[in-house]
Design a protein around this ligand. Sequence first.
Ligand code: PMP
Length: 283
Amino acid sequence: MKIYISGKYFERSEAKVSVFDHGFLYGDGVFEGMRAYGGKVFRLRDHIERLWESAKGIALEIPIDADKMAEAIKDALLVNEITDGYIRLIVTRGEGTLGLDHYLCRNPQVIIIADKLALYPSELYEVGLEIVTASTIRINPAMLSPQIKSMNYLNNILAKIEAYKAGCAEVLMLNSRGEVAECSGDNIFIYKRGVLQTPPPEAGILEGITRRVVIEIAVNIGLKVKESPITRHDVFTAEECFLTGSAAELIPVVKLDDRTIGNGKPGEITKKLLTLFKKETAK
Ligand code: PMP
């Protein structure tokens, strides 16, 4: 594996950043997780746009322009001979001092790791996920916007620890109003009486790119789509539920907190949307 760091490639064991990098010291940096299908990065421009927005949110200037970034991502795939895989793109604040002063960090580092996929086990797509609600509340957008895909994922990690304790692969996070926000690394959708519903950005979520694609597909096939607040009760009483994310794609959820959702099997709308999503990624 060859890892791109600010214009050069390094073998995995040689790919290093300074311990004074504020990405390491403070989680000060931003990232993206993308998928490549058949040698093409899915929704590359959307990921680049979100990375730039995240960077703007933390007053970080990305040292190369968007076209160069796109080229570097494609090149990292070629160098690693990966046609179908996962790409992690990271921009750290760069090396500074032990203080918080971001302006002393003059060399933000761009890191690209192209790897094989780390997916949920395939049988979970057949039988669906069982998830639990975390007691860890999703960070309040008034404190730190969840729209910033930052290198500090502790809020999500604390929730994920609860998932593993409960024997689940994912976990539902509520916002400070007690509404459903999202999962630790995925967005959530429910389907009931002809309406596909997902929490709006104001619920305090990362606006997932897969979420956006699924909304587009749903609208195209004539489903009514609502981006409006949902509660746990709405999930319990939904006919179908699924999660979306670049790594997960679209995965059915059949239980929340031990309550069976719908008939306890991946739903027909979920399966249809997954099939159409796969077609989209193959374009
Ligand atoms: N929410 C969170 C917290 C995430 O980290 C992610 C990405 N793993 C998502 C949602 C899904 O976003 P995307 O579809 O852009 O991968």
